[in-house]
Design a protein around this ligand. Structure first.
Ligand code: AMP
Length: 580
């Protein structure tokens, strides 16, 4: 190995679940050569109403028929029994969610027992408004604690949540409500952006009106009061209800719905290379097993750790690594409402210091933004509780990697650069902190059960060996993989399986170096990664041409110092003549 290499420190590897490369290799080989045995063993850690009959069955090749992926078929479980009920006896009084509000020190927490109670109550609220197994529920909220309660409540009764990032526009929300025909929406009066309160319910109102025009009638809208009088809201009689009123009369007992392994758990929309976002559908058991296992091994989670993933729950990272994975492992998970630079660029480090965070997972864009504010901010805080640092969302440039390693990890915390996607449900390519030697900028090696291949675009053939460049695809299914695009299985097959039959195509370019390490080189489709968030150029273009003055629009990405891969560059020509 010729490049700059960082080895895990003894302090981490000596206590790690996976403590050596021999152990990693042995487990990896087993996961690939005997997947049924490997995954059955992992699934045994969970509680099931009924065990599975078959670990996996799939058709991955479009030329052989419809794409179909099934894990733990015949099994029955509920993800909330695994995230909540089964912890009550052993750690009922342990903090499950540690919420840090927008203002420093504005904290709230829920123990496992309290979270269980809140979830059951809200599940009963949903039931009382007619929500049942299989129904879709839209959630449009900032990072309030009730967001976690609402999503778990949906999962409790088998309803599928469709969470829409709170920063999205009314039109984006309306499109998603319509696509998934949601008749229930959960939202807040407003939220905060730095010191400024911002409206949320007003956007939700507009979205509900837009959805109505497209034939989808939201009949119930539950509103959490987060901001209060600074954001007055209009409540529509018969449709809009206050969260606190509903919860005050809700029964705290709600038995978990019995879910088949392949029953849908949630839909999460993500941008594609056409204007219409894709409703990525994840199902129950495979997603549960995969998110919990990756959380445990990739971040070397141990009981008593204080885990913090800074993502917003509106993105898949928040679904998998703030809520489902950590809670399935019985962790204490931090949920942060604010932004990294409010009230100043020391905010993350202040939270790490006060809450004694042990693992910290964030995006390169945040690291670069904080790096540009100087070393003085982190140096004011005690970061000695940190053990593992993580990065996700886009390739991390070596300069930011080194800054993170030196100034935050003080040279003694391994950095796990985790590559994955909304579609993959959980992390696929990543170092393991106790064993993998890391190279700044590389996501390194595949996780258990993951079989990456590099395909040469010109020939469509898999390139064997190391020191090769092409596009990244995956040769076999893993439990956390998406199963379909909601309402459009054909588009699912077309997008991911048609181009290279027999493989799941990721849409990312990649290089496998001489040591077999993977380096993700970015998207190869019409998707731009801005601050770690995926945006389809076609989506922006179609929004621009809605304006009456715009006749044509083209969007391209150009590099930005902090936002990196794509800062949006908009080119459009004016001059659509008077639209009526
Ligand atoms: P999303 O589904 O919105 O999370 O976006 C997934 C895309 O983000 C991937 O296809 C990659 O292009 C990019 N990505 C995520 N994590 C990484 C990483 N660790 N290194 C490089 N690119 C990443």
């Amino acid at each position: 190995m010729s490049e700059e290499l960082y080895y895990p420190p003894e302090s981490v590897s000596s206590k790690a679940h996976i403590a050596s490369m021999e152990q990693y290799r042995e487990m990896y080989e087993r996961s690939i050569n005997s997947p049924d045995e490997f995954w059955a063993e992992q699934a045994e850690r969970f509680c099931w109403f009924k065990k599975w009959d078959q670990v996996r069955s799939y058709n991955y090749d479009v030329t052989q028929g419809d794409i179909q992926i099934e894990w733990f078929k015949g099994g029955q479980c509920n993800i909330t029994s695994n995230c909540l009920d089964r912890h009550l006896e052993t750690r009922g009084d342990q903090t499950a969610i540690l919420w840090e509000g927008n203002e420093p020190g504005e904290n709230k927490s829920l123990t496992y027992r309290e979270l269980h109670r809140e979830v059951c109550k809200f599940a009963n609220v949903l039931k009382s408004h007619g929500v049942k197994k299989g129904d879709r529920v839209s959630i449009y909220m900032p990072m309030v604690i009730e967001l976690s309660v609402a999503m778990l409540a949906c999962a409790r009764i088998g309803a599928n949540h469709s969470i829409v990032f709170g920063g999205f526009s009314a039109t984006a929300l309306a499109d998603r409500i319509v696509d998934s025909s949601c008749t229930v929406l959960i939202t807040t009066d407003g939220g905060f952006r730095g010191a400024k309160p911002v409206p949320i319910k007003a956007n939700a109102d507009e979205a509900m009106t837009l959805a109505e025009k497209q034939g989808v009638h939201v009949k119930t809208c539950v509103v959490v009061q987060r901001v209060g009088e600074k954001i007055p809201v209009v409540m529509q009689n018969g449709r809009d209800l206050w969260w606190h009123d509903e919860m005050s009369k809700a029964d705290p007992v709600c038995e978990p719905e019995v879910m088949e392994s392949e029953d849908p758990l949630f839909i999460l929309y993500t941008s594609g290379s056409t204007g219409k976002p894709k409703g990525v559908m994840h199902t129950t058991a495979g997603y549960m097993v995969y998110t919990a296992l990756t959380h445990r091994y990739v971040f070397d989670y141990h009981q008593g750790d204080i885990w913090w993933c800074t993502a917003d729950i509106g993105w898949v990272t928040g679904h998998s690594y703030i809520v489902y994975g950590p809670l399935a492992n019985g962790a204490t998970t931090v949920m942060f409402e604010g932004i990294p630079t409010y009230p100043d660029a020391g905010r993350f480090w202040d939270v790490v210091d006060r809450l004694k965070v042990t693992q910290f997972y964030t995006a390169p864009t945040a690291i670069r933004a904080l790096m540009s504010c100087g070393d003085d901010f982190p140096s004011k805080y005690d970061l000695s509780t940190l053990r593992v640092l993580g990065s996700v969302g886009e390739p991390i440039n070596p300069e930011a990697w080194r800054w993170y390693h030196k100034n935050i990890g003080k040279g003694r915390c391994p950095i796990v650069d985790t590559w994955w996607q909304t579609e993959t449900g959980g992390i696929l390519i990543t170092p393991l902190p106790g064993c993998t030697p890391t190279k700044p900028g590389s996501a390194t090696l595949p996780f258990f059960g993951v079989k990456p291949v590099v395909i040469k675009t010109e020939t469509g053939k898999v390139i064997e060996g190391n020191g090769v460049t092409g596009v990244l695809a995956l040769a076999e299914p893993w439990p956390g993989q998406m199963r379909t695009i909601y309402g459009d299985h054909e588009r699912f097959e077309e997008t991911y399986f048609k181009l290279y039959p027999g493989y799941y195509f990721t849409g990312d370019g990649c290089r496998r170096d001489e040591d077999g390490y993977y380096w993700i080189t970015g998207r190869v489709d019409d998707v731009i990664n801005v601050s770690g968030h995926r945006i389809g150029t076609a989506e922006i273009e179609s929004a621009l041409v809605l304006h009456e003055a715009v006749a044509e629009a083209a969007v391209v990405g150009f590099p930005h110092e902090i936002k990196r891969a794509g800062h949006l560059c908009l080119r459009f020509s004016y001059g659509r003549c008077q639209r009526k």
